[in-house]
Design a binder for this molecule. Structure first.
Ligand code: FAD
Length: 390
């Protein structure tokens, strides 16, 4: 039986890694317990950003992630016979602090100053400038000034991105197996040899890439690696309007908004994520008032959303490694076992997935991946990154 690179999981990471590998001639099989994009990547705010990340290697990785999205979108739009990169919306991001909240204003000012020092593209808009580019927002909900505009950020439709990447992988010979989860990994000495599926099927493995998102620690455990995770859940509400009242990502004090395709508007507020509780049947919204409060905040900001109907409530589980940073690249003790696991995976998947694929193909990416190795969890724990965005 020929050995393939087995990519576990068909979310944004699995799709990105598979496309990157297959494009360069690797024999790839993607194995997915459910369906593509039915994990966290199907329940995410998917804001592409680096501004919410602390300065240093993690922000740099996200900046490279933004550039990778622009390159892929430009390439797909320019390809012969292409219909264009319908998943990518690089329309920017607006953010402001509540009028009268001096602490929040000070925090935003300090953030913008730090980003400008770092060469990040951000500018201040006045109320009328912001209202000009977002006429669907009630100007009364905007402060008179100090509205930060991040022109190179945006959002991605993850299902469309995954579908595009998987089709690229398939065009280069990759196989996708769905509805069958990985149950065991067979190892000998210092390598993984095969993947055993829940169905009983066994796949010979030249290498394995762990793209199992919030379940990445379960896969790691199958080869005896202890990957600490501190996953959290988030609540997203989609409403449908005749036309989406905003045309870009908006971070207002009480609600975060973005268009969601086909007239949809997606709403999120970190303050309401605590309404989600884990039950025997999985995560549920335990506080009945949370959806109403989110809607009320969105409708107050966007008059056009006042008559919009709720057409989806999504709960997503953020895959967050123990210290908040991504876990990327080969495992030192098991060099043909690779990780591609992180929060902010929508932003990072193309660039980080490409680096992981490089290592699968035998290239040395230590310079880029050293801060994100699994092995850091075996040393004394480092400081966790601060607030987890979105
Ligand atoms: C509320 C919320 C808001 C977010 N906002 C943002 C944001 O604004 N910007 C951003 O960049 N990121 C954001 N994220 C994070 C981002 O969505 C995730 O980092 C990303 O989607 C993770 O993708 P993934 O491919 O690693 O995981 P997933 O999409 O979960 O894919 C993993 C796949 O592995 C499969 N799987 C699991 N176990 C097995 C097994 N044993 N065998 C086979 N298959 C298996 C699952 O079925 C799943 O399909 C947000 C997340 C949430 C929840």
């Amino acid at each position: 039986m020929a050995a393939n690179v087995i990519v576990i999981g068909a979310g944004v990471y699995g799709a990105a890694v598979a496309a990157s590998l297959a494009r360069r001639g690797a024999r790839v099989v993607v194995v997915e317990a459910g369906l593509p994009a039915h994990g966290t990547s199907g329940a995410t705010f998917s804001w592409t950003n680096a501004s919410a990340k602390p300065a240093g290697p993690y922000r740099d990785l996200n900046v490279a992630g933004l550039a990778a999205h622009r390159r892929l979108a430009a390439g797909a739009a320019g390809a012969a016979g292409a219909t264009g990169a319908d998943w990518y919306h690089g329309s920017g991001n607006l953010q402001w602090a509540a009028a009268g909240d001096d602490e929040a204003r000070q925090t935003l000012r300090a953030k913008v100053t730090g980003l400008l020092d770092d060469g990040y593209d951000v500018r201040w808009l006045s109320r009328s400038e912001a209202a000009d580019i977002e006429p669907g927002i009630d100007p009364a909900g905007l402060p008179a000034d100090e509205i930060a505009f991040f022109p190179h950020e945006g959002w991605v439709a993850p299902e469309r991105l995954i579908s595009y990447l998987l089709s690229v992988a398939a065009a280069h010979g990759a196989e996708l197996l769905t509805g069958d989860g990985v149950a065991a990994l067979e190892t000998s000495a210092d390598q993984v040899n095969a993947v055993r599926m829940a169905s009983g099927r066994t796949l010979a493995a030249a290498a394995v890439v762990n793209c199992a998102g919030p379940r990445a620690s379960v896969i790691a455990e199958l080869v005896g690696l202890d990957l600490p995770m501190r996953n959290t859940c988030g609540l997203l509400v989609r409403v449908s309007a005749v036309a989406p009242p905003v045309s870009r990502v908006v971070h207002a004090p009480r609600v975060h908004l973005r268009p969601d395709g086909a007239g949809g508007l997606l709403m999120h507020s970190p303050a309401l994520d605590e309404a989600v509780r884990t039950s025997d049947s999985g995560p549920v919204v335990a506080d009945d008032t949370a959806v109403g409060r989110l809607l009320e905040a969105g409708r107050a900001l966007c008059p056009a959303a006042r008559n919009a109907a709720v057409d989806g409530i999504r709960i997503g589980e953020r895959p967050i490694p123990g210290d908040g940073l991504p876990v990327l690249g080969r495992a030192a003790d098991l060099p043909n076992f690779h990780f591609a696991v992180s929060h902010s995976g929508v932003t990072l998947c193309l660039h980080a997935g490409g680096l992981v694929a490089d290592e699968v193909l035998g290239l040395d990416r230590d310079e880029a991946l050293a801060p994100f190795r699994f092995e850091r969890f075996r040393a004394a724990p480092g400081p966790a990154v601060g607030a987890i965005p979105s």
